[in-house]
Design a protein around this ligand. Structure first.
Ligand SMILES: Cc1ncc(COP(=O)(O)O)c(C=O)c1O
Length: 365
């Protein structure tokens, strides 16, 4: 199968070395070599989050399992929580919290708009909340929330701060230790450029300590961080069989993140995002998110009504580029373009030229 340029908001194209790691002979998950490889993966994951001080978890499961682990770790039935519902994944966080019996309050923001730290502060003043949940980049609307200010408000109010970093970690600044959040998670398939299927979770020491002391038991079996802790401490321990090849591929992807260096990786993402956004705006197309809150990992573009599928098809068939469309009611009038992982400057420019060509063709069709 010929490889296309994957510019959907995850998964992303894999490097040759990551693909090779996927096709190694099968080994058992208790094999000493695998355990060694996994211990290294955990250290590399710490670096990708800049998590020197807290606990680090990596296990099989998608980003949604990270959401469940976060909620199950935070909520005891009846606890009041605040979810900043800035889009599709904010809504998912509301739903998961309700599944676990939380009394959910939410701050909605309007499509493509960011969460406002002042509004968060005022809402927190008015109630006894246990936690605030914020999505760093909502992949549905492509908005990037000001997480540093939001986490600060949560901590000032003495409330847990939980960050969904699925569409950010490895692609734009999220420095876990400096941020001061209690828990942040990502999935393997986005800015880390590994295949889908692994969840990576950074947890502060204080947050983990309260988990150990909790009266009400954690109401999930698989996504229970207390159970996973013994595997993180000694990867030869069995809790649930890891997706061995995926973990080996993640190890390689994280090595490549380390080789590039996080700061340089964030700069590359910023510069590619600028190229792409400038290129799109030069066609007179409108970006979904206002300046200042646009993500360096994914961009939303408004198209003429009905034009999104036509442009998407043309990009795929004429240029070999896959992009995604808007979700729900925006399906035919919005495109979502992922620009994270291994995307090069040359590929970002190729996208800009291809987009202009596909747009022109859609207008003359
Ligand atoms: C911001 C965000 N959170 C959570 C998820 C859920 O991750 P997954 O699809 O890997 O379960 C996604 C997936 O795109 C996401 O973009």
């Amino acid at each position: 199968m010929e490889e296309r340029l994957l510019m959907v908001p995850g998964p992303t194209n894999l490097s040759k070395r990551v693909r090779e790691a996927l096709s190694q002979p099968q080994v058992g998950h208790t094999d000493p070599e695998f355990a060694k490889n996994f211990s290294e993966t955990l250290q590399l994951a710490r670096k990708a989050f800049r998590n020197d001080n807290g606990h680090q978890f990596v296990f099989t499961g998608t980003g949604t399992v990270g959401m469940e682990a976060a909620v199950a770790s935070t909520v005891e039935a009846g606890d009041k929580v605040l979810v900043l519902n800035t889009g599709y994944f904010g809504q998912r966080m509301v739903d998961i919290n309700r599944c676990y019996g939380a009394d959910v309050d939410e701050i909605g923001s309007g499509f493509g708009l960011h969460a406002d730290p002042d509004t968060v502060r005022k809402r927190l003043e008015g109630g006894r909340f246990k936690a605030v949940y914020v999505t760093h980049v909502d992949t549905g609307t492509t908005v990037c929330n000001p997480i540093a200010d939001i986490v600060k408000e949560a901590k000032n109010a003495g409330v847990f701060a939980i960050v969904d970093g699925v569409c950010s970690v490895g692609g734009l600044e999220l420095d876990f230790d400096r941020l001061g959040a209690d828990l942040a998670f990502t999935g393997s398939q986005k800015a880390l450029a590994a295949p889908p299927g692994a969840v990576l979770i950074a947890v502060s020491k204080d947050f983990f300590a309260q988990l150990e002391g909790r009266k009400d038991k954690i109401r999930t079996y698989y996504a229970n961080l207390l159970r996973w802790k013994s595997v993180m401490d000694d990867p030869r321990t069995y809790f649930a069989t890891p997706a061995v090849q995926l973990m080996q591929a993640l190890n390689q992807a994280l090595k490549e993140v380390e080789e590039e260096g996080l700061d340089r990786r964030w700069s590359r993402h910023k510069s590619n995002a600028t190229t792409i956004r400038d290129g799109i705006e030069s066609t007179k197309s409108k970006l979904v998110v206002e300046e200042g809150y646009r993500a360096d990992t994914v961009t939303g573009i408004w198209t003429d009504p009905g034009a999104a599928p036509v442009i998407q098809k043309s990009l795929r068939e004429e240029y070999g580029i896959d992009v995604a469309r808007g979700l729900g009611e925006n399906n035919a009038k919005m495109l979502r373009v992922g620009h994270f992982g291994n995307l090069t400057e040359k590929q970002a420019s190729f996208f800009v030229d291809s987009f202009a060509g596909a747009l022109k063709a859609s207008r003359s069709a």
